[in-house]
Design a binder for this molecule. Structure first.
Ligand code: PHE
Length: 529
């Protein structure tokens, strides 16, 4: 307010050291006063009410000794003070001076007081020679303390600096002018236009805070997608681009039949053992699968059929009916393929023109999405995919969890060959940004031939396994009712591995589970393969 009023009266303030701050008697010449003024100047200039320029100065402050002199007088003055006036009482014995003024003052002050002819010796004692003194040093200290300098000039200042009574200090003072928004009112400018301001008309005279286009802004506090969901979306889009339709995969719980038997996985296969699979204890058994199909599957396992010798091992109904958390989404693919073959089996009622088919048990009604034109034998080609969760009884470590996500694609058409699978795979992985892939012969109970897919990892500089694939076996497809010339290839990758590679995560527990930091989820960028 003082600055604004002074500007209003005088137009400019040439030197802020001339201001007399409220509550002070002296002008604001000291360092501390100028600091207070600077705070006010910054606040006023941010509102464009004033502008100011800074002037650098060197001023002086008192040292500890200087401050003591300002308060109690110089050493020589204190010695003079301690002595009685000549002829007005017994002289002060020299031995007693120390006790009165302290050893340091006694030492320094005595010599100077003698030199100034303020005191004299009488016997063994000291007496005042003059009745009053001018304590120049004290006056100088007081002057420096309140003005930061001495009228006497640089020579006197240099002398005091040498005596270590004062020290230099860099200081600032300011020249102040009116700004474009100058006003003598310090009322805060408005930041918002309110209904009240509009109705009262006060908006017309109000002052407004200038809009700050440089402000960083407040980050929006919205929801965020987990990295796995982002990568899932990328992969879904690749499938859609390539003409695939998404399979329903809402059956986390499957039967041994759909998870294994339908896929021609032998009932004695180690993947079916408790140490690898989570079985459900309540209910223990699934509803029975479609009877005729079930019988064909049991036969091809136990005795062989369709030109296969089968496993020639005893068939267990119980094994087939066990309920479990699905170990792969290929269980859903198998169920979809079975539905796709409904017309081939002549089941008119079960699959209509839209591909709507019925399935006993967990699935009620579902369609085979995106199936192509039907041939005379009832077959319709299809490209299907799914991305969903699977469960395995794994020992958890940095790269394994008991649940993860599988990405799975299935293509059914007449006369498909291994070359189609390999070609398809190259296109798909290229769309994911992986140019360099290799295939290695592998074994799956439900595919022959089977191929493991390896990709070159540019950071790890080595080939890493990224997926598993193959041509589904006739032992799986023919009991479903597919004509012999219909071939189906399929493949699966995990969702976690490409996500970890994309986001540079090497411990899966920082991606999934209770240790995931929400902040990292909020900050994770969207991915473009
Ligand atoms: N089910 C296989 C797995 O869990 C992946 C796969 C799907 C392999 C389809 C071949 C065909 O690894």
């Amino acid at each position: 307010q003082l600055i604004l009023d002074t500007l209003d009266k005088e137009g400019t303030i040439k030197d802020t050291r001339t201001l007399v701050l409220p509550g002070y008697k002296e002008p604001a010449a000291t360092h501390d006063s100028q600091i207070i003024i600077l705070g006010a100047l910054n606040s006023l200039s941010s509102r464009d009410m004033i502008t100011y320029t800074t002037q650098e100065t060197v001023s002086h402050v008192l040292t500890q000794e200087g401050a003591q002199i300002a308060l109690q007088g110089s050493h020589e003055a204190r010695v003079w003070n301690a002595c009685p006036m000549k002829g007005e009482g017994p002289p002060l014995p020299i031995k007693e001076l120390q006790g009165k003024v302290g050893p340091e003052t006694a030492k320094i002050g005595q010599g100077q007081a003698f030199k100034n002819k303020w005191i004299g010796k009488e016997g063994d004692g000291l007496v005042k020679l003059v009745s009053s003194i001018a304590d120049t040093t004290q006056l100088q200290m007081r002057e420096v303390d309140s003005t930061g300098t001495l009228k006497a000039g640089e020579k006197a200042l240099a002398d005091l600096r040498k005596r270590k009574l004062i020290a230099q200090r860099k200081g600032q003072w300011f020249t102040v002018h009116k700004g474009p928004q100058f006003s003598t009112s310090t009322a805060k400018p408005e930041t918002d236009l309110t209904v009240d301001m509009l109705t009262s008309g006060s908006w017309k005279t109000a002052t407004y805070k200038k809009y700050n286009f440089e402000a960083a802004g407040i980050p929006p506090n919205g929801g965020a997608l987990h990295p796995l969901l982002k990568v899932r979306e990328e992969i879904r889009n690749i499938f859609f681009e390539m003409g695939f339709a998404e399979m329903p995969t809402n059956t986390f719980i499957e039967s041994g039949f759909w998870c294994f038997d339908a896929l021609f996985v032998p009932q004695q296969h180690p993947a079916r053992e408790v140490q690898d699979t989570f079985y459900i204890s309540d209910p223990v058994e699934s509803l029975p699968p479609p009877k005729a199909y079930y019988e064909r599957v049991a036969k091809v396992h136990e005795h062989g059929d369709y030109g296969s010798t089968g496993y020639r091992a005893p068939w267990s109904h119980d094994e087939s009916r066990k309920l479990l958390l699905r170990t792969h989404t290929t269980a859903s693919s198998a169920n979809m393929l079975w539905k796709l073959a409904a017309r081939c089996r002549g089941e008119e009622g079960e699959a209509d023109a839209e591909g709507v088919v019925q399935r006993e048990g967990a699935h009620a009604t579902a369609t085979v999405p995106g199936a192509g034109k039907m041939g005379p034998d009832g077959f319709r080609p299809a490209k299907l995919f799914s991305i969903d969760r699977v469960f395995r009884n794994e020992t958890m470590d940095a790269t394994h969890l008991a649940e993860f996500h599988q990405v799975e694609g299935v293509v059914a058409d007449r006369g498909l060959t291994l070359a189609d699978l390999i070609g398809f795979m190259r296109v798909f992985f290229r769309k994911m940004g992986i140019e360099n892939i290799r295939f290695k012969p592998a074994y799956n109970p439900y595919t022959e031939p089977s191929l493991e897919i390896f990709a070159f990892h540019p950071q790890l500089k080595k080939w890493v396994e990224v997926g598993n694939s193959g041509m589904f076996r006739p032992e799986m497809l023919e009991p479903m009712g597919f004509p012999k010339d219909v071939h189906v290839h399929g493949w699966g990758i995990s969702l976690e591995r490409p996500t970890m590679i994309r986001y540079g995560i090497n411990n899966i527990r920082t991606l999934v589970g209770h240790k995931v930091s929400l902040e990292s989820v909020e900050r994770s960028p969207a991915v473009r393969f």
